[in-house]
Design a binder for this molecule. Structure first.
Ligand code: NAP
Length: 312
């Protein structure tokens, strides 16, 4: 077994990177483990306009996160690219078991984030990557000039729908109620956009097509009436983006004694302490009322400071 770190941070989104900056500055030996691209969900967010100090235009999730990662390396954080499979969190030295190696730390900060919740309709898996997407930044360009649908009514759905109008011929938001959950400022932008339309009180029940998405069946939840939307022949296909919230990345922590709520989000106190001593959680992975870059970063800072206190 190699080095025993003061703290191991699982996840390099805004929460994990903020924890890294604070832990590194506190001179804790710090390892950040990430399984993919830095940034988590923010890496696939088109515009960031509500992080304090940010100008309304010009910053993407990726550019913000790259600077955060650079700060971590300036403060001496080590990095590992690995997929965490399991953790053994009890005792004074905790084990984090990755697909490639086992890491040891005196504290662990879980910042593993969350992933997009599936729409839950028939054919969703079959048409993923063939019309169905959960990331407008990644895939908008494939739908240039086409008709696109967005499922959801929260900040993510409406903001990304507005972004998609830069590419698509028309964008229709399909929402299960007749009013949006999104913030007023986001709604105002959406209602002022001539390319954006709304299908209220509706859910997507099934998808079909010949190799690519060509038919979307939508059900009105009030009347029960089903309508089949068909892609125009000249287009050949539709785009369908799902933004209906998130599911926490906590499966691998099941059975470790780290308490979660009924939806799998990790329970912490205000100091980001979980039910297991020396294990902290930060960002979207924990139960909280506001999931934003700013609250994720704040959680990460608190978790790192508390990890330092725990160690001393
Ligand atoms: P969210 O706020 O939880 O909204 C999810 C939306 O999907 C809601 O409109 C919900 O409908 C709908 N929905 C949920 N389950 C559904 C289902 N099974 N079928 C159809 N519709 C369903 O999620 P989010 O928009 O992804 O945002 C997550 C967090 O990130 C929030 O805290 C949000 O504020 C934050 N965020 C912020 C920004 C920003 O500030 N710029 C941008 C993106 C995300 P109901 O309304 O009927 O419940």
């Amino acid at each position: 077994m190699g080095k025993i770190y003061d703290t191991i941070i699982i996840g390099a989104g805004p929460a994990g990177l903020a924890a890294g900056i604070y832990a590194g500055r506190a001179r804790l030996s710090t390892l950040i483990i990430e399984k993919g691209q830095d940034g988590g969900q923010i890496a696939t967010t088109s515009d960031i306009e509500n992080y304090p100090g940010q100008l309304p235009e010009g910053e993407t999730g990726t550019s913000l996160v790259m600077r955060m990662a650079q700060q971590c390396s300036q403060f001496g954080c080590e990095r590992a690219y690995d997929w965490v499979q399991q953790i053994e969190p009890d005792g004074s030295v905790k084990k984090v078991v990755g697909a490639n190696a086992v890491y040891e730390g005196k504290t662990v900060i879980i910042a593993s984030g969350a992933y997009p919740r599936p729409i839950g309709c028939e054919g969703e898996a079959e048409f993923r990557g063939r019309g169905v997407s959960y990331c407008a930044t990644c895939d908008a360009n494939f739908f240039r000039g086409l008709e696109v649908f967005v499922v959801g009514g929260g900040d993510a759905a409406v903001e990304e729908a507005v972004f998609l109008t830069r590419f698509a011929r028309s964008v229709t938001v399909i929402h299960r109620r007749n009013e949006l959950r999104a913030a007023r400022s986001i709604q105002e932008k959406a209602f002022a956009n001539e390319k954006l339309h709304f299908l209220w009180d509706s859910v997507v029940t099934s998808l079909a097509g010949d190799g690519v998405l060509q038919k979307i069946t939508v059900k009105n939840v009030k009347t029960g009436e089903e309508t089949v939307l068909e892609a125009e022949e000249k287009d050949g296909m539709f785009g369908l983006f799902g933004f209906i919230g998130t599911v926490p990345n906590t499966e691998v922590f099941a059975g470790t004694g780290i308490e979660t709520d009924e939806n799998g989000y990790i329970l912490t106190d205000e100091e980001m302490r979980t039910s297991v001593p020396g294990v902290f959680a930060a960002g979207d992975v924990r139960r909280k009322s506001l999931r934003q870059v700013i609250t994720a970063a704040a959680d990460g800072a608190v978790a790192a400071v508390q990890a330092e206190k725990y160690l001393s």
